[in-house]
Structure formats: structure tokens, C-alpha cells
Design a protein around this ligand. Structure first.
Ligand SMILES: [Zn+2]
Length: 298
């Protein structure tokens, strides 16, 4: 495993599969206190972390399984979870109830166990917006950034201007908001609040280290939401059901990878959130069969 230096004593732990879902990159802060941020980089990478140092604590950005799948490997290490996750954090059944519809709970559980090596774990501590973590040479502030999930937290190191942005991941795919609790408006606000910090360096869970053109990268990332909004409003110029829209796949561009049933569900959630906004904006109306743009022929 090649740790990538972020700053002296702060390392990116590259996730399996390039850090793409169902894995994510972790960050190792090897300061007076050793802190591992997220534990979804894959079990082999986590074994190598264990050989380097035993963390004094694990900080979780949010409760998505691809960020906490390997927490169980660190017995005795305190796990700090966002306070909003407390009811479901690390619990296989509770996470399935939170993140999957009833008919896909079993699929969700077998997917995260099989693909990520997920096993249940327990948070020993919780933290809230504005909590600070004094790690010695490094001090991190938790920034609540809901929208992706309700509990999503970023961490900011004010001394170096380094933002650990979690799943505000700056991938060209664009932001992900496929859970019931996800919210496009909150996500936009969260992204703007991160831009306002004017970070000098960003580390994200799936893209890794971003050292340049940071404001532009955030703007492009936000622009994907706008482009999806336009594409979905175009698709309902003809009346379409949600199931038909999911098969057209304007967000994922197909479901032939990983867990197709789950990907279809996430795509449907994301499309529906756009349609709800389009209805509120008066551009689209609901019909018995689905949705159609106002003034368009069915
Ligand atoms: Zn996530």
C-alpha cells in the first residue's frame, strides 16, 4: 500500500478499486494522537494500517457502509460517529432499514457484507456540528454538511486550510443523493458552505487529493445537479412513469454494474427528488401514470 502524503503527518490511505464505491479512501493522521478518518478502504488496506500504527480513535464522516465497513477490525479503538447517526450507526439491520426500502433490505445487507466485508460495529462516542478534535499538531473541526445523508460531516484543518470533504467527493459523476433522507437543497447549501471556507486543499473519499482549481471543481460539481434537472425535465416532455425514467437512467447511465436492483432504487430516488422540485417550480405535473411537463402533449 502506498500512503499518499497530504501534509507532514497526514496521509491518504488509498481505497481498494481506486477508492471508488463500494470502497472509499481513508485518511490517517499520524500526529501526537493517531486518528483514522473512515474505515471503508478495504480490509487488506486496513490490515496494513494496523501494522503501521494502532489508531487512538476512528472518526466517521457518516454512516454509509462504504465508509465504515472495516471499523469492526479495530476492537478497543473508540469510534466517533456523527450524533445524527447514533440510532443506526454500524448496525447491519438498522442501516438496511435506513438506507433500503423494505423489499431490498436483504439485498442491501448481502451486498455490503459480500462486496465490502462489512460487519456491524458500535460507535463509542458521538460528535456534533462544530466539535473539534485536538490531535496534537493537527486540530480538526467537524462541519455538518447534510444533503448526501442527514449525518454527513466534513472535517476542516484551519491551520493548513485542508478540507476533508468525505462524499462531497468532486467526482465527475456529480453529487449523490439517492437515499430517502437525501435532499438536493441541503446538499447545494452544504457545498456552498464548503466553498465559503476557501480551502487550500481538499481530500475527498472517492476522488482523493485535489490541490488545484478547487472553487472551479466545486462549481462543476454543483453544475451536474443543474444538468440532471434539465435532462429530467426534457425526458418528461412526454408523459413517463418513474419506472420508465429509471430505465432511461439519466443519472447513472445504466445499471449493469455492482448491485443492479439497488442502483435502480438509488436512481429512482434521485430522479424523484428532481421531479418533486420540478413540480414545485410549476414546470412539471403529476399524472395518474407518472409525470409530464406542463404544456407538453402527453
Ligand atoms: Zn456516502
Amino acid at each position: 500500500m502506498d500512503l499518499q502524503p497530504i501534509h507532514p503527518g497526514i496521509w491518504l490511505v488509498p481505497g481498494a478499486g481506486g477508492g471508488r464505491f463500494p470502497f472509499s479512501h481513508s485518511i490517517l493522521v499520524d500526529s501526537d494522537v493517531v486518528c483514522l478518518i473512515d474505515a471503508g478502504c478495504g480490509l487488506a488496506a486496513l490490515e496494513q494500517v494496523q501494522e503501521l500504527a494502532t489508531p487512538d480513535l476512528i472518526l466517521a464522516s457518516h454512516a454509509h457502509p462504504d465508509h465504515i465497513s472495516g471499523c469492526w477490525m479495530f476492537e478497543e479503538v473508540p469510534i466517533h460517529a456523527p450524533i445524527m447517526s447514533a440510532a443506526s450507526f454500524g448496525d447491519l439491520d438498522a442501516l438496511a432499514k435506513r438506507f433500503a426500502p423494505p423489499h431490498l433490505e436483504r439485498t442491501f445487507k448481502s451486498f455490503i457484507q459480500g462486496s465490502m466485508g462489512f460487519e456491524s460495529c458500535s460507535a463509542t462516542e458521538t460528535f456534533d456540528a462544530g466539535s473539534s478534535f485536538d490531535l496534537g499538531r493537527t486540530r480538526l473541526i467537524a462541519i455538518h454538511t447534510p444533503g448526501h445523508t442527514e449525518d454527513h460531516m466534513c472535517f476542516f484543518d484551519t491551520a493548513t486550510g485542508t478540507l476533508m470533504a468525505g462524499d462531497m467527493d468532486l467526482l465527475s459523476f456529480g453529487p449523490w443523493y439517492g437515499d430517502r433522507e437525501s435532499d438536493i437543497g441541503q446538499l447545494r447549501d452544504s457545498l456552498h458552505s464548503l466553498m465559503d471556507l476557501e480551502p487550500r486543499l481538499v481530500v475527498t473519499s472517492h476522488e482523493g487529493i485535489v490541490r488545484s482549481s478547487i472553487q472551479e471543481r466545486f462549481e462543476r460539481y454543483l453544475e451536474v445537479i443543474t444538468m440532471r434537472h434539465g435532462a429530467i425535465s426534457e425526458l418528461v416532455r412526454h408523459e413517463r412513469s418513474l419506472a420508465e425514467l429509471v430505465e432511461l437512467s439519466p443519472i447513472y447511465g445504466g445499471h449493469n454494474h455492482l448491485a443492479p436492483a439497488l442502483t435502480r432504487y438509488w436512481e429512482g430516488q434521485m430522479i424523484e427528488k428532481h421531479l418533486e422540485l420540478l413540480v414545485l417550480e410549476g414546470r412539471v405535473q403529476r399524472t395518474r401514470r407518472g409525470y409530464v411537463a406542463r404544456g407538453a402533449g402527453a
